[in-house]
Design a protein around this ligand. Structure first.
Ligand code: MG
Length: 262
């Protein structure tokens, strides 16, 4: 096949935690001459820091505007809903950095309670958030729907709560369903396509999660490639409720063999 451009998930596709996958280092060298962008549901690191991380691991440093995070997509969505929006954010670093560029923090009159990933959820922030929603009519928004995510903490694999889990107490306390921004919702894909200047049918989405990476791209009519280097091991049966990928391979070396490179 001959995609004009590529969209890539990162964790489980290019690396595990801080460890690059050897096949990914080879694949990205082939991709140098082809337009591509990275999209991640992880809202914790801003794009510049994601670029630093890729470079540290031995990848060529991508331009940071080609890295689309769920925190950035959230800021874009909020600004489209309400220019000059006021927000109350619960989550680590990347989220407030992205929101500050387009709105202003206001724990008393926020229009949106925005939940990301990482540290930030505690009794006090939950209380502030639910009061904003129930008494001031703020809307509940979450950067990404993942129930849990893989991470490397002090060199060891750990499973951390994802956006879907962290937003749940706000939803339970208020009865309000959150607006979900990250994959499989279309916004991240659309932002990446706009930055590259391609239509969905021109691109190949490469991911390691059937429920987010593959399902979201399929909904937009984008061809998909599943690599079984993340949550899904080779041989594991495909979840029958989800759209099957166009390509299903064990790793990026196998995928590279199926692409007609320019
Ligand atoms: Mg992944």
């Amino acid at each position: 096949m001959h995609p004009k451009a590529f969209l890539l998930d990162m964790d489980g596709v290019l690396y595990h935690g801080d460890r690059p996958l050897a096949a990914a280092l080879r694949f990205m060298e082939k991709l140098v001459a082809v337009p591509h962008a990275f999209l991640t549901n992880n809202p914790i690191l801003p794009p510049e820091q994601v670029a630093d991380k890729l470079e540290r691991m031995g990848f060529r440093r991508p331009e940071s505007h080609l890295i689309v995070t769920s925190a950035e997509a959230t800021a874009d969505w909020l600004a489209a809903e309400k220019p000059d929006f006021r927000y109350f954010a619960v989550g680590a670093e990347g989220l407030p950095i992205a929101l500050r560029k387009k709105g202003r923090e206001d724990a008393e009159k926020a229009d949106f309670v925005v939940v990301g990933e990482g540290a930030g959820l505690e009794y006090a922030s939950l209380t502030t958030g639910i009061n904003l929603i129930l008494k001031r009519g703020a809307r509940l928004v979450v950067t990404n729907p993942d129930a849990n995510v893989d991470a490397t903490v002090d060199g060891e694999h750990r499973i951390l709560p994802g956006g879907g889990a962290l937003v749940a107490p706000f939803a339970a306390a208020t009865g309000q369903e959150p607006v979900i921004i990250g994959k499989p919702e279309p916004l991240l894909y659309r932002m990446a396509l706009a930055r590259l200047g391609f239509e969905p049918g021109d691109c190949l989405m490469i991911g390691d999660r059937p429920d987010t990476d593959i399902a979201g791209a399929a909904r937009l009519g984008m061809p998909t490639a599943m690599v079984r280097t993340g949550r899904f091991a080779p041989g594991e049966p495909w979840p029958s409720a989800l759209p099957a990928p166009d390509i299903d391979v064990d790793d990026l070396d196998a995928l590279a063999g199926l692409i007609d490179w320019p």
